[in-house]
Ligand binder design. Structure first.
Ligand code: HEC
Length: 122
């Protein structure tokens, strides 16, 4: 609930950023993230990986930027902030090899797999 009211507060910002290409979802509200209470065990493991490896730079449930862009609805968008499609392959590449201002993140295969499953809940 708190999350929904927060994302609607950010909606005008979302619309403003469309022109600058930072936010490609348009002005429509983003689909809601899956509540943590409904996570499968694998999604919950992925959420813990996100907390450990990504949360210091990315918010998961808003598009508001921290050090990097907010990742709400990442896999449901047509494109990531760079314009690349948000496929598991491109996201994996971003994590393992970095992207522009983002350094590569050391992660093992099992953690990566759980993390990708979690990213689909956002
Ligand atoms: C030390 C800070 C930092 C950490 C840790 C970090 N990121 Fe990033 N991330 C960034 C920055 C900065 C960008 C913007 C990069 C750019 O200039 O395109 C970014 C961009 C991204 C993008 C968008 C890529 C694109 O093509 O637009 C994704 C997806 C992403 N990060 C996912 C993750 C995930 C998942 C993790 C955890 C495994 C993670 N990041 C950890 C800083 C970080």
């Amino acid at each position: 609930m708190a999350r929904n009211s927060r994302s609607s507060r950010w909606l005008p910002v979302t619309c403003l950023l469309v022109g600058s290409g930072l936010m490609l979802a348009g002005c429509k509200p983003l689909p809601p993230s899956k509540p943590a209470s409904e996570f499968t065990p694998q999604e919950a493991r992925g959420a813990a990986v996100f907390q450990a490896k990504c949360a210091r730079c990315h918010y998961p449930t808003t598009t508001r930027g921290k050090h990097g862009p907010g990742l709400q609805a990442l896999t449901k968008l047509q494109a990531m902030p760079s314009g690349a499609p948000p496929t598991d392959a491109r996201i994996t590449q971003t994590i393992l090899y970095g992207h522009e201002m983002m350094q590569p993140v050391p992660i093992d295969d099992a953690q990566l797999h759980d993390l990708l499953v979690y990213l689909h809940t956002l």
